[in-house]
Design a protein around this ligand. Sequence first.
Ligand SMILES: C[S@@+](CC[C@H](N)C(=O)[O-])C[C@H]1O[C@@H](n2cnc3c(N)ncnc32)[C@H](O)[C@@H]1O
Length: 403
Amino acid sequence: MRQNDTAMSPQRVLVRRDVALSASELMHSRQVHEHLAGEIAAAGGWISFERYMEIALYAPGLGYYSAGAHKLGHGGDFTTAAQISRLFGACMAQQCADVLRELGAGSILEIGAGSGRLAVDILTRLEALGRLPARYRILEVSADLRERQRRLVRGCVPQLQERVEWLEMPPAAAFDGVILANEVLDALPVARFRWHGTHCEELGVVLEQDRFVWAPRPAGAALSQVCQALAAAGGGWEDGYTSEYCPRLGAWATEVTRALGIGVAMWVDYGLPRAQYYFPERRDGTLLCHFRQRALDDPFLYPGLQDITAWVDFTALAEGCGPAGCELAGFTTQAYFLAGLGIDREMQALARGDANHYARLANEARQLLLPGEMGERFKVMAWSRGMDARLRGFALKDLRHTL
Ligand SMILES: C[S@@+](CC[C@H](N)C(=O)[O-])C[C@H]1O[C@@H](n2cnc3c(N)ncnc32)[C@H](O)[C@@H]1O
C-alpha cells in the first residue's frame, strides 16, 4: 500500500519534502539526473513523461527498481498488503490451491515479488493445504530484491527453496498454473496529458536551469484519439483537465502471460474502471510518488530514489485480455476478494487459539478490508486461459459490469 495515498481526493494533502538524504543517496540521484538530462539533450530538449518515468524507474543500474535503492515495509518507501499481513498471502494461497486442484498440478509465476513476503506466505499455506506448486517462479527486475527474496525464502521455508526459481525475463517455456502480480502494474510508465476541449497536449519533460519541469506539446494523433475516448468515458472534462494513461499496459500483460498454457492470471492493484478513473472531478489524475512512507506529487524530486506510480485503468486491463488470448474471469475489490476466500477462517488458522495473535490479525484485516484503507481502492482482476475458471475470490461480488 502506498501510504498517505490521497490520489482519490481532488485536493491532495501531501507531506513535507524536507527529507534528509545521505551523501550516497544524493550522489545516486545526481547520476540519474545526469542520465535523464543526457536523454533530454539527445532528444532535442524534450522527452515524454512516459520516457522520463521509464528511465527514473528502470534505467539499468540507475532506476528506482533497477538500482536497489528502494526499500519496502515499515521504514521503507511503502508497505504492501503482503507486508501488512500474512492474511493476504494465506487468502491468495487459497485461490491458487483451487486452481492447482482443478488442474491436477501446475506452477506459480509471481511478478515483482518485493521483499518475497507474499511468496513465502503463499508457499507456507499451500504446503499446509497439501497443494504445493511444481515450481514457484519469481519474475523480478531488481537484482537487489531478488537477493532479498532469496534470503527470505531460505530463512522462512528452507525445505521449499528448491522449488523457487528467479527469472529476469518472462518464461519462454509453457506452463500451467497461476500468474500473480500485486502492486506491479502501477509502476508501468504512463503518458501524461492535458485536455483543452478541442485539442489535447502531451506533457513532457525539459531541463530548465538544471531542474526538470513539465513542458506541453501538441499530442500526436494516437494520444489525441485516446484522450477523446477517455474524456467521453469519464463524462466530459473542463479545460486544463490533466491525467495519465498507460500505453503499454496491454502489451506488457500479454508478454508476461504468454507462457501460460492452462490457468489463471491475477492482477491486484489500486485502480478503477475507466468511467470512474476519468471522472471530471479527478482533474489532476492519479500520479503519485513515494519516498520513505511519504506521498509526494512531484516526480522530478529525487529521481531514482522515489517510486513513481499511477492507478490502473482496469477497463484498459480488461481490454487487454482478449488480444492476450484470455477470458476475463473476475473483477472485484480487494475486500470482497479476501472475504470470498475466507479471510475469517485464515485468521483463526493463523492465530491457532492465541487471543492476542488473533487481535493483531484482526487489526491487520481491517487495513486490508476497510473501504478507507485498502479494501475498495485495491481491485483484483482475473484472466483465465483454457479453463472455465469459477474463482472463489470473485464469488461474493462480481464487478465486471462496471468495466
Ligand atoms: C510495489 S512492489 C510490490 C511487491 C510485492 N508484490 C508485494 O506485494 O509486496 C513492486 C515490485 O515489482 C517489481 N517490478 C516493478 N516493475 C516490474 C516489471 N516491469 N517487471 C517485473 N517486476 C517489476 C519491483 O522490483 C518490486 O519487486
